[in-house]
Write a protein that binds this ligand. Sequence first.
Ligand SMILES: Nc1ncnc2c1ncn2[C@@H]1O[C@H](COP(=O)(O)OP(=O)(O)OP(=O)(O)O)[C@@H](O)[C@H]1O
Ligand SMILES: [Mg+2]
Length: 254
Amino acid sequence: MPQPLLELTGVSKTFGPVTALDRVDMQIGAAEAVGLIGDNGAGKSTLVKILSGLYPPTTGSMRFDGRAVHFGSPFEARAAGIEMIYQDLALCGDLDVAANVFLGRERKKSFGPIRLLDRTTMREDARRVMRELGTDIAPERIVGGLSGGQRQLVAVARALQFQPRLLLLDEPTAALSSEKIRVLMGLIEQLKARGVSILMISHRFTDILHVCDRIVVVRQGRIAGELAPHAQPPERTMAAMHAMMTGDALGVSA
Ligand SMILES: Nc1ncnc2c1ncn2[C@@H]1O[C@H](COP(=O)(O)OP(=O)(O)OP(=O)(O)O)[C@@H](O)[C@H]1O
Ligand SMILES: [Mg+2]
């Protein structure tokens, strides 16, 4: 098997008395899309926050691209090529769409020694990026006034500006209409085709089945099992996903 892009070994995370993750081993290959599912509080967001450098693991180790990594912040994870779209988004509500898309990578123009923000270019580029995402949200709009789904698309546009090698998505479709979900799923397939690896948390089994090469199930902080989405008919995979999430044995439904 080729070397995985990302490898976690024995990763645990405690918050005081709460064990959010308990000795998690996990791998993600290059250009692989992995779905992460589990009940509320299972530890999914904690896992991706560790990968994105937001939290250090309490114990355990992480390798990315063949090297041991210890991210002290999301900036360090980003520099390594890991980009995260948070469940709670983390956009600047008082800035416009273009400023949010290019936050941290602002386009500048020079007048002799003076470097100024190039708002015109950023707005043109943001308009193009938003179009690619299937939306015509105006780059001048203030993000605080957008709907949840529109904000989600701005967050996706922003993450893509960093050209990540691994993109982490925490419930990316929760606020999207079904049409926008289709666009986002299409985008994930495009990214995969370009060699980007994806780790996507979703409660929507159909999205996971549609785009993921592998499904990892988390239950009470531990990996409960893995599924290959296309190994059996979708109804059976869905039943197995549900059984692993809840800990019910397969085949005992009434
Ligand atoms: N910053 C924190 N401080 C204390 N406890 C936390 C913190 N973050 C998460 N936890 C706890 O860790 C456990 C796992 O939480 P996490 O947010 O990772 O779950 P999740 O699988 O993402 O759930 P959901 O599907 O509801 O988003 C929960 O018991 C949660 O209360
Ligand atoms: Mg979560």
